[in-house]
Design a protein around this ligand. Structure first.
Ligand SMILES: Cc1cc2nc3c(=O)[nH]c(=O)nc-3n(C[C@H](O)[C@H](O)[C@H](O)COP(=O)(O)OP(=O)(O)OC[C@H]3O[C@@H](n4cnc5c(N)ncnc54)[C@H](O)[C@@H]3O)c2cc1C
Length: 388
């Protein structure tokens, strides 16, 4: 059983409550906890099913097959929270359709949107976001991949790594240095069709919660001028603008994992007998459950506040998104760890739901800005209020 009372909060309108209810019913009938055997095939299948059911329409604007005129962060967050509670892989597939196409929705030309977004909404075109490099992760502005002007197009050389959907994506939004200026101001974004000459996505990376992940190598890859996404030299700002939307939803996914852990741990505590009573009768276990409830509620408030600010106040929500991501991901790690503790030996047994959650949560504290980077953002905003 999962607490649904948050849906009555004033951050939501009736369409969000309907969305949450309908998606919950879909998840219950369509998603299972069964172990993964072929991650690539499962992700492609999940994209098709999420697309056919209409859920991926929330990843693109209405004019290109979507639901809302522009991306509605509350809907994205509600969907990620719900999917994550049922299946980490389904959440991953949904998230990457949004993140991978987000820069096109936000900054693409009408033609680029028409070319790429309807396929994303149907789950027929798999998207990826290629920003990180072997020597530039958190320090995005130091990226080295170059796109050099050549006749009526660009020639790309460089390496991207830890690229989700690498190897199965149909296209990548690629960030590369175009030389207008050093650092953040010399980066542009491109839409790159997968499989082009000069592209190698064969080096796969295995991680503790399996999903498609690869290193991408570009050697003299030719791109037409039409691949340029938005204004040249604005790639860094476009990447950050895209992450501003989706960072809140990473918090929402963490919230979904935490809610699932709380639900599993509570049922286990009520059922498991120890020393003449259930674990749930034990005051120390009750204290753990109370701390978990507190963390879950605090995360939900921060996540949906950040989404609401972005949707309804029409301003950048970097501060609120950083607070939401930091708290929701870090505290979900603690909630899940407590759930494992309440499960005892069963909690670390492969195949137990809290064991999978324990692996699922870890990367969320690293990608789309590590927890420490969120603290830098929060402190910068805070200090700016005090400085003359
Ligand atoms: C599962 C997974 C999926 C990913 N998917 C994608 C993807 O689809 N596309 C993509 O482009 N990238 C992706 N990434 C990459 C991810 O965004 C980077 O791993 C992340 O930005 C951190 O970069 P890094 O790994 O190079 O760590 P580093 O930048 O080397 O940082 C290591 C650690 O140093 C600390 N640190 C770094 N900078 C600071 C700072 N300024 N202040 C204080 N502490 C700091 C933090 O603790 C950080 O965790 C993915 C990563 C993972 C693990």
């Amino acid at each position: 059983m999962t607490d649904r009372s948050f849906l009555d909060w004033p951050f939501f309108d009736e369409s969000h409550r309907t969305l949450a209810r309908d998606l919950e019913a879909w998840c219950q009938s369509e998603l299972t906890d069964s172990p993964h055997t072929n991650i690539d095939a499962e992700c492609i299948d999940l994209a098709r099913r999420l697309g056919a059911a209409g859920w991926l329409r929330y990843c693109v604007p209405a004019a290109y097959g979507g639901v809302h005129e522009s991306l509605d962060v509350r809907s994205l967050a509600l969907i990620r929270e719900t999917l994550a509670r049922h299946s980490g892989l389904a959440d991953f597939v949904f998230a990457m359709q949004g993140l991978g196409s987000g820069a096109i929705s936000l900054f693409g030309s009408d033609q680029q949107k028409r070319d790429w977004l309807p396929g994303v909404a149907l789950g027929e075109r798999i998207a990826a976001f290629a920003l990180t490099e072997p020597s530039s992760g958190s320090d995005v502005a130091s990226m080295e991949t170059r796109a050099e002007e050549d006749g009526d197009g660009f020639i790309v050389n460089g390496v991207k790594t830890y690229i989700s959907n690498g190897g199965i994506a149909n296209f990548y939004v690629l960030f590369a240095r175009t030389g207008e200026a050093p650092g953040a101001r010399g980066v542009s974004a491109f839409i790159v069709e997968a499989g082009a000459d000069g592209q190698d996505a064969s080096e796969r990376i295995e991680v503790i919660a399996p999903h498609p992940l690869a290193t991408l190598r570009f050697t003299d890859m030719r791109l037409p001028a039409s691949a340029l996404l938005g204004e040249r030299g604005r790639g860094f700002a476009q990447a950050m603008g895209t992450l501003d939307v989706f960072r809140t939803t990473v918090g929402a996914a963490a919230l979904g994992f935490a809610r699932r852990a709380l639900s599993e741990a509570t049922q286990r505590a009520l059922a498991r007998r120890s020393m003449g009573a259930t674990l749930a009768d034990n005051a120390i276990v009750q204290s753990m459950l109370a701390e978990m409830v507190l963390d879950v509620d605090a995360s939900a408030l921060l996540v949906y506040r950040a989404a609401w600010v972005r949707d309804l106040q029409g301003r950048r929500n970097s501060r609120e998104a950083a607070l939401a991501k930091l708290h929701a991901t870090d505290s979900a790690q603690q909630v899940i760890d407590k759930a494992v503790q309440i499960f005892g030996g069963l909690g670390v047994t492969v195949g137990c739901p809290v064991e999978a959650l324990y692996r699922e949560i870890r990367a969320l504290r690293i990608y789309e800005g590590a927890s420490e980077v969120q603290k830098v953002v929060i402190a910068r905003h805070h200090l700016a209020e005090f400085r003359p």
